[in-house]
Design a protein around this ligand. Structure first.
Ligand code: DAT
Ligand code: MG
Length: 142
């Protein structure tokens, strides 16, 4: 069965949205394979967002993702990678459709332009396997 890696980001945990997000996963029929409350380190984040480390917004992204505990997990199901991306909605909450997690729970960026969008999901099969290994692989004491 296909699987993907997801995060309920620190804003989602701090705002008490864990139950809402997990409910949507369960209601959709996806199976929760792994679920862990974690504090992400700077090194882990740099590996996870390997392709974004050089972007001007990376320092803000790193501060956001390490500001408090997050939920990291693995879910499985038929076509779960693309389905979870659809359930999340667009990256920027101002573009996210109502009915998506970001469209229902995340606010449009303010003056600073920072994007706080509640959830993460792997964008391809390769990313899913890479991210599962980073977060739950042997390197992290699994
Ligand atoms: P997604 O999370 O939808 O896969 P992404 O992989 O392009 O989007 O970016 C990862 C995260 O980085 C995103 O959830 C929020 C942040 N981010 C992306 N583009 C940004 C930007 N232009 N300004 C600020 N933060 C940004
Ligand atoms: Mg991404």
């Amino acid at each position: 069965m296909e699987r993907t890696f997801f995060i309920i980001k620190p804003d989602g945990v701090a705002r008490g949205l864990v139950g809402d997000v997990l409910k949507r996963i369960e209601r959709r029929g996806f199976v929760i394979e792994r679920l862990e409350l974690r504090q992400a380190s700077s090194d882990l984040l740099k590996e996870h967002y390997r392709d974004l480390v050089q972007k001007p917004f990376f320092p803000e992204l790193e501060a956001y993702m390490t500001q408090g505990p997050l939920i990291a997990g693995v879910i499985s199901g038929n076509r779960v990678i693309s389905s979870w991306r659809t359930m999340m909605g667009a990256t920027n909450p101002k573009d996210a459709q109502p009915g998506t997690i970001r469209g229902d729970f995340a606010q449009a960026p303010g003056e600073t332009g920072g994007i706080y969008n509640v959830v993460h999901g792997s964008d391809s099969k390769e990313s899913a396997e890479r991210e599962i290994a980073i977060w739950f692989g042997e390197r992290n004491g699994d």
